[in-house]
Ligand binder design. Sequence first.
Ligand code: HEC
Ligand code: HEC
Length: 446
Amino acid sequence: MRRLSPSGQRKVFGLGMLLVAGLAGYWMFFSDGLPIIWGPSARASEIAAGRELFEREWSPNDPEAHGDGLGPVFNARSCAACHFQGGLGGGGANEHNAVGFEVLPRPGDHSFLTGTVHNFSTSPAEKETSARLNKMYPMTPGRSFTTGSPGCQTTVTIPDFNPVRTQPVQATALFGAGWIDLISDRAILRNARNRGIRTAAREFALHFDDIPVGKVRHVSGGVGKFGWRGQFHSLAEFVSAACANELGLGTLTAQQAQPFTGPERASEPDLDRSQVRALVSFVKTLPRPVEADGGEPAARGKHLFREIGCAACHVPDLGGVTGVYSDFLLYVMDDPTPPGGSDGYGPAPPQLNVPARPDTGAEPAEWKTPPLWGVADSAPYWHDGSAATLKDAILHHNGNGKAVTKRYQALPTADQAAVLAFLGTLKAPPDALPLRNPAITRLARK
Ligand code: HEC
Ligand code: HEC
C-alpha cells in the first residue's frame, strides 16, 4: 500500500478538520440536538399507581404517607382538585389559583422571602391570609418634609413602601407535559438566537423587529420550561414541588411547605421515591392536546396567527414537538407603570437605604409564553385568570406584545374572528380520562 506524502497527509487532515468544523457548525446553529424518537413512556403499573396518588384525597397523618401527611399548610387535598378541566390533568378555574408572595428587603430586615399564602392549615393557629402577611411585614409609610433655607425651600416626598406583593396564579393544564419535558435546551436557545435572523427574514420579510426576543430563564438543571415564569427545568422537579407546596407532602427533594405564621414543622418526607416516580409517570404520559379541524375560518386564522406575529412568541413547533405554540421565553406583558405602582409595592425609595430585590431570574413583571396547545379548554386565561375569554387574552398583550395586539385590532372583524376560530381548534385531548370523583374539585374556601 502506498503511503501518502506529508503534504497529502496534511490535505487529508485539513479536509477532516473542515468536515468536523462543518458538523460542529451545523450542530451549533441548525440542530436542536438529538431528535425525539420515542414520546414519553412509563410502565403501565407505575402510571396506574400515579393516577391513584393524583386523585387521592389526602388527610393529615394519611396512612399512605410516611410523614405527617397533608399539611401543615396546603391549598387543596388532591392534585386532581385543581387539575381537571377537559379531563384528569387539565387546568383549574380561578377558585383553584394558588397565591404566591414575596417580601422585599425592608428597613431593619434585609432578607428576601418568597412563598405561598395557603388556603388551608391543619391547625387554626397557622391559618395563612394575605392580611396576616401584611401585618407581619407592614408598609413603611411615606412622608413629606421641607428642606433648604428660608426663601429657597423644597418639599421632599418619600413614597409609601409596601414590601409585600401577592400574586395569584392559575392552575395550568398538564396535558402533553411529558413532551415539553423532552424539548431540549438547545432547541429553545437556538430558536431565541435565530428568531430575529433566520425565521424573520425567510418567513416574515423582516417586519417583526417590533417584537423583542424574550429572555431565557436559566434555573438549576437547565432552561426553565415549567410554570408561568419558567421556574423549573424538569417535570419531575415540578411534580415534587407541587406535592410539597400544594398538598404539604414533603418528598426526598422538596421539603413540605412551612407555615409563614409560625415555627418550622419538621416531618419525615411524606412520599418516598417510588411514589414520586409513579406520580411523575402519570403526569408525563398524560395525552397531549390536539389541533381539531376547524374548517376554512380556522385555517385562515392559523395563517393570520403567523402573519401578524403571534407565532414569533407562540412558536408552533419547537425541538421536534409539533403544535406546542411556545418559545418558553419570558416577556413583559404590561406597559411600564410609574415607580411605586398602585399598591406601593416596587423598588424601595432610595432614602430607606435597603438592598434591591435580588435577581431571581425573573422580574415580577416577566411571564413565560404559555404553550397554547389545549387552550380552547382551559378558560379563564392569563397567569392570574384575569382574561375570561380568548379575545380578552389577546387584548391583555401590552408591553412586549403591544405591536401584535395593534395588528390584531387593525384586522377586519371577520379576520379577528378567524384568529379566534383557530385558537378554538386547540383542544384538550379527547382521550383524557374522566375524574372518578368530580366532587373533589370543589374547594371550600376561606
Ligand atoms: C391548589 C391548586 C393546585 C393543586 C392542588 C395542584 N396544583 Fe399543580 N398547579 C397549580 C398552579 C396554580 C400551577 C401554576 C403554578 C405556577 O406556574 O406558578 C400548577 C402547575 C403545575 C405544573 C406545571 C405545569 C407546566 O406546564 O408548567 C405541574 C407539573 C403540576 N402543577 C402538577 C401538580 C401535581 C402533580 C399536583 C399534586 C401533587 C398538583 N399539581 C396539585 C395548582 C395546583
Ligand atoms: C411578545 C410575545 C408574544 C406575542 C407576540 C403574543 N403572545 Fe400570547 N402570550 C405571551 C405571553 C408571555 C403570555 C402569558 C402572559 C401572562 O399570563 O401574563 C401570552 C398569553 C396568551 C394567551 C393566554 C394563554 C393562557 O393559557 O392563559 C393567549 C390565548 C395568547 N397569548 C394568544 C396570542 C395571540 C392570538 C397572539 C397574536 C395576536 C399572541 N398571543 C401574541 C406572549 C406573546
